[in-house]
Design a protein around this ligand. Sequence first.
Ligand code: NAD
Length: 502
Amino acid sequence: MTDQPTRHVPAGLPGRIQHYIGGKFVDSADGGTFDVLDPVTNEVYVRAAAGKAADVDHAVAAARDAFVNGPWPRMLPRERSRILHRIADIVESRDARLAELESFDSGLPITQALGQARRAAENFRFFADLVVAQSDDAFKVPGRQLNYVNRKPIGVAGLITPWNTPFMLESWKLGPALATGNTVVLKPAEFTPLSASLWAGIFEEAGLPEGVFNLVNGLGEEAGDALVKHPDVPLVSFTGESRTGQLIFANAAPYLKGLSMELGGKSPAIVFADADLDAAIDATIFGVFSLNGERCTAGSRILVERPVYDEFVERYAEQAKRVVVGDPQDPRTEVGALVHPEHYAKVVSYIEIGRTEGRLVAGGGRPEGFPEGNYVAPTVFADVPPSARIFQEEIFGPVVAITPFDTDQEALALANGVRYGLAAYVWTNDLRRAHNFAQAIEAGMVWLNSNNVRDLRTPFGGVKASGLGHEGGYRSIDFYTDQQAVHITLGPAHNPTFGKGA
Ligand code: NAD
């Protein structure tokens, strides 16, 4: 089902987007800019400063100075926590405006952008609470030694983020990096720099000391690359495509940096015949079409047990056809416009490939009534064999592949038969099968009879090509800190004596 677009352009869009370095908004050293497009018209609506190595040098120097000489790493956790809570308060109080801008820049439906703005606030609140509650290990060797962990911030963290839910994903790195006392240089995705440019004002208002947060806009191969290769950036947290992650790994290797990699996915949703089919259909529709399908944990492959396969496919296709495509700013919209014409072209090319690989039962490209903009109708392919490219490769759009299976073993082989391993969703009312199956899946995160509902204390991350390292809860604290072991001798010095031979 489609809806006629009603255009809404937010008031007060910036005239240009700059870097923010050492507490000041600045242009690129060489004056370079890049175009930012509105995904509904694909017209340039603003130009952003295109950072290069010189700008990254400048930002890292400011962050390094704030780390070495500034108050932030030395403040009590409670003091940092107060500022982080103020950041969360400000984000919450401006959630509607943030959502309006994010939706305009990224094409995400406004209601979903609002949810992401609130989640961004929650990320700050969560890590603000966590660092205050943080305790570290102490080990006693009775009468001999007391050994304890002295946890320290590491230095300048390089944060490189993608364009899907940009503001929220930035907060997922900024929250723990700042809470633990590091200073940061953020390089947001070049398709969606608008919401990232708002952090500076929010942080200033909350009282974050100057130089702690720095922002360099620009292309991945230029600004991102310079950040990865900067010798004064000892850790890089990256979220993006698996092949970019591979490149960053190689580029960071000579510097032996700490790396956290949140990469791509092709997550399965497995629906057994004994499942609550109504709930499974609703959840698997939302699981792949929410956030325009531009979601790392999207359940983009649905594996359905043969006895309910035909019914599932028919009902799923009918419901997918009723998903409301519309202007991202319209609160009725369920699927908005994809972020950028390049990404649109990629998604549409996969739909064309899918026509030769599976049976198209819903969607199939540009929806009626949307002659321009990056709109794609929710698209469903059934009978997709596991060898198909649309089964194996991340499409990152509103496109789903449905495949039948006959046995648990076959379902498991299908679920695990891709290079990715981010999330999985299992639908069954058999308790034993649910746990055994969930535990056998090669995925960093599994949800049983549930959509992707996050608990920020649990590990977040993927296995195989979906990532390396987990964040979430104390794992984020571990990534952004060094744990120095300090050993104290309680009795006489305990060592064999050398050099006192007769
Ligand atoms: P991308 O890899 O193209 O870009 C991500 C970021 O990396 C951008 O800021 C980009 O400018 C930068 N970059 C690109 N090349 C670089 C280089 N050589 N050196 C340093 N930085 C570089 O990814 P994208 O298209 O923006 O995002 C979509 C991808 O992100 C999908 O694969 C999706 O699954 C993944 N993703 C994963 C998670 C997760 O938590 N696992 C979350 C969201 C998105």
